[in-house]
Design a protein around this ligand. Structure first.
Ligand code: MTE
Length: 321
């Protein structure tokens, strides 16, 4: 999604499909043994290449579990956008292993009564972990279905008690040139920043994710914690968050700073509003590649309209793109 020059789509990596039944069975066992698996918080620290289980129970938030077949683990962890590690889809898997995710803190500040610096262990214990199976639609025209683990961002927002002045929330990614070779490129302003309106951030589907496929997040997917906003294009889902700021005015975001005509603040998935350089009417589901693979129609709000459309009542979504 480089601004200015269209790179075209990167070639998809070979898919290693996780048989659906195997995943369902694995998930059933995982959920059944959630209590047995309740790990001490420190066990959730994944070292390079290590895969660590993360227990969760099934979410009962409306819309939190879509019925689409989940994308394979290999594709979810091998085909990524994480520009701090390079702009090629394979770069994050190649370079993010060295990211140190312990110790890790997240500073919550600005228009809040109880601002604080939270240690990762405190965040892991803040609310029960739930499994959510979300569609993720990238503005580049591809999509995946990802079984995340985490809890609603609202759990954290409520605990820090936003003041009456807080209208927006800004999310800031780690920017450490020693660990992130992509920072040598000026393709974006670093650190990577994104934002939501406070009511969007409070919506129960907005997820603070710590894991996927029953395990602690792999680094390339935004370890140790990232945002997931399933009704918006993937670029809103900030990875490896270190700072959350509550503010009065709409905060700048990395993509709209780089190319304001192309990437707006709202970034709601909307098949009726095309990106200036490509259509948003349909999408390629990663893992369904092949000569006769059909493109899927893109759904309004990525299929979450029943849950989120009311947030935008009365807004012109062509202007507020
Ligand atoms: N977060 C950071 N810090 N840096 C990034 O480059 N890319 C975004 C988003 N979050 C990005 C980021 C984009 S464009 C997408 S599509 C999703 O992450 C991809 O998430 P995934 O690799 O877990 O599928």
């Amino acid at each position: 999604m480089l601004p200015i020059r269209d790179r075209g789509f990167a070639h998809p990596i070979a898919s290693e499909i996780t048989p659906h039944d195997a995943f369902r069975e694995g998930r059933r066992r995982l959920l059944a043994s959630a209590a047995a698996l309740a790990l001490p918080a420190h066990a959730a620290a994944a070292g390079p290449g290590k895969r660590t289980p993360l227990a969760a129970t099934r979410s009962n938030v409306a819309g939190a579990v879509v019925m689409d077949r989940p994308t394979s683990y290999a594709d979810i962890t091998g085909y990524n956008n994480f520009y701090e590690f390079g702009t090629d889809k394979g770069d994050p898997a190649r370079h993010a292993a060295a990211l140190r995710t312990r110790p890790w803190t997240v500073t919550v500040e600005g228009e809040v009564r109880r601002g604080a610096t939270f240690d990762l262990d405190r965040l892991l214990a803040l609310a029960p972990m739930e499994e959510r199976i979300y569609r993720l639609r990238c503005v580049e025209g591809w999509s995946m279905v990802i079984p995340w683990i985490g809890y609603s961002l609202a759990e954290l927002v409520r605990r820090v008690e936003p003041t009456g002045n807080a209208r927006y929330v800004q999310f800031v990614t780690l920017a450490d040139g020693a660990q992130m070779p992509g920072l040598r490129s000026s393709v974006l302003d670093w650190p990577y920043v994104e934002g939501l309106r406070l009511d969007e951030a409070m919506h129960p589907l907005a997820l603070l994710a710590f894991g996927l496929y029953g395990e602690v997040l792999p680094n390339q997917n935004g370890a140790p914690l990232r945002l997931v906003v399933p009704w918006k294009y993937g670029f809103k889902s900030t990875k490896s968050i270190v700072r959350i700021r509550f503010v009065e005015r709409q905060p700048p975001t990395s993509w709209s700073r780089a190319a304001p005509q192309e990437y707006g603040f709202y970034a709601n998935v909307n098949p009726q509003v095309d990106h200036p350089r490509w259509s948003q009417a349909d999408e390629r589901r990663i893992g369904e590649d092949g000569l006769f693979a059909r493109r899927r129609p893109t759904l309004m709000f990525n299929g979450y309209a029943a849950q989120v459309a009311s947030l935008y009542a009365g807004m012109d979504l062509r202007r507020a793109f």
